[in-house]
Design a protein around this ligand. Structure first.
Ligand code: PMP
Ligand code: GLN
Length: 384
């Protein structure tokens, strides 16, 4: 393994999912739903396969039906006008979009600012692009992990090329507010930064929180690469269909990298996701309401087991503080939890450069059936 990747090893998700299988634990670690997405969308994939749509290399930018559906979604939901021919790129999940964007936009030695704790692929992709990561820490205060705008401002140097944002934020569940996003946009304009913004949880916001795409803020339209994915919104994480929307020049750049990573993404699923994006509003509100109910089941269960819970305003993850249990090391806690309680969770520390700041936090996924969340809560209450 080369020096750029040597620090990364196996992803925490693979490690913890293997541990869940080995110990027969309830797996609240890796974020994937335990029920599949809508029947009619699965049928659309079967139809595409059967009709021979997408069984050979689809077009490099993605099939026109999906690019058009992505543009229509951006218009309907956010009032954003996106040209399906020049401003949309279909990718192999958001994971490839992140990799391709960083490989395309970062010069070796450039600094890339990411909000810490960050989704694990960010650090690896910054490294693969030869960039230097500069973490800005979200700090828990008054029930929420918050961005300190002064800290963000101070992190920008003459070497800063790009901000890598994520809202709604995995793992903390924070949704950046209009004020925070406006300040980020102002900073990006002032310091002439590009922003790659990972908005895969755009449809999962709760309690009146609103997801606002950064690209809708003044001066951001032409400097923002927006990323989303069907894995989260439609509960098809195995399909690996994601997309990028950005100004033509940026889409062309990301596509230059993508063409040598995967060339194209799986064809039949693209036709199915095009239909998914056109589902009526009731699908999206129903999905959100279902996840909100699940959040509340798990949050209550964790509280009953004695943990301090940060109730997320977005995503399908809840972060809990284990210190009330007399524990302080989330990594050790998560390693012993499967044997001790039959539950798997993710130690948030692995998403930090400043590991000590994340030490007492543990992430639980609640995109699971209610009975599974209740079982996990019972086990935790009995054992911790
Ligand atoms: N970004 C974030 C913040 C995520 O949580 C995930 C999935 N867990 C991804 C990107 C990757 O998405 P995909 O499965 O579409 O590659
Ligand atoms: N994004 C999911 C999570 O945060 C897992 C994706 C993966 O396994 N790479 O849990």
């Amino acid at each position: 393994l080369n020096r750029r990747l040597a620090e990364f090893g196996t992803t925490i998700f693979a490690e913890m999912s293997a541990l869940a299988l080995r110990t027969g634990s309830v797996n609240l670690g890796q974020g994937f739903p335990d029920t599949d997405g809508p029947e009619e969308v699965r049928e659309a994939a079967v139809r595409a396969l059967r009709d021979g749509r997408g069984n050979q290399y689809p077009p490099g930018p993605g099939v026109p039906e999906l690019r058009t559906a992505v543009a229509a979604h951006q218009k309907r939901r956010y009032g954003l006008t996106v040209d399906p021919d020049t401003e949309v790129l279909v990718t192999a999940g958001a994971t490839e979009a992140i990799a391709a964007a960083l490989l395309a936009l970062v010069e070796p030695g450039d600094e890339v600012i990411a909000l810490e704790p960050y989704y694990d692929s960010y650090a690896a992709c910054i490294a693969m692009a030869g960039g230097a990561r500069v973490p800005v820490t979200l700090r828990p205060r008054e029930g929420r992990f918050r961005l300190d705008l002064d800290e963000l401002r101070d992190a920008v140097t003459d070497r800063t090329r790009l901000l890598l944002l994520n809202t709604p934020h995995n793992p903390t569940g924070t949704v950046l507010t209009r004020g925070e996003l406006a300040a980020i946009a102002e900073l990006a304009v002032e310091r002439d930064l590009l922003v790659v913004t990972d908005e895969v949880y755009e449809h999962l916001v709760f309690d009146g929180a609103e997801h606002l795409p950064l690209s809708t803020f003044p001066g951001m339209r032409d400097r923002t690469v927006t990323i989303s994915s069907a894995g989260k919104t439609f509960s098809f994480t195995g399909w690996k269909v994601g997309w990028v929307t950005a100004a033509p020049e940026l889409v062309t750049a990301v596509r230059s990298a993508k063409q040598f990573l995967t060339y194209v993404s799986a064809g039949p699923f693209q036709y199915a996701v095009a239909e998914a994006l056109a589902l009526p509003e009731s699908y999206f509100t129903g999905f959100r309401a279902d996840m909100l109910a699940k959040r509340d089941v798990l949050a209550a269960g964790l509280e009953e087991a004695g943990l301090t819970v940060y109730r997320p305003s977005g995503t399908y993850f809840v972060t809990a503080d284990i210190r009330p249990l007399g524990e302080s090391d989330g990594i050790a806690f998560c390693r012993s939890l499967p044997e001790r309680a039959g539950v798997v969770a993710i130690p948030t520390a692995v998403f930090y450069d400043h590991r000590e700041l994340g030490a007492p936090f543990v992430r639980f996924a609640f995109c699971k059936q209610r009975s599974v969340l209740e079982e996990a809560s019972r086990r935790l209450k009995a054992a911790v």
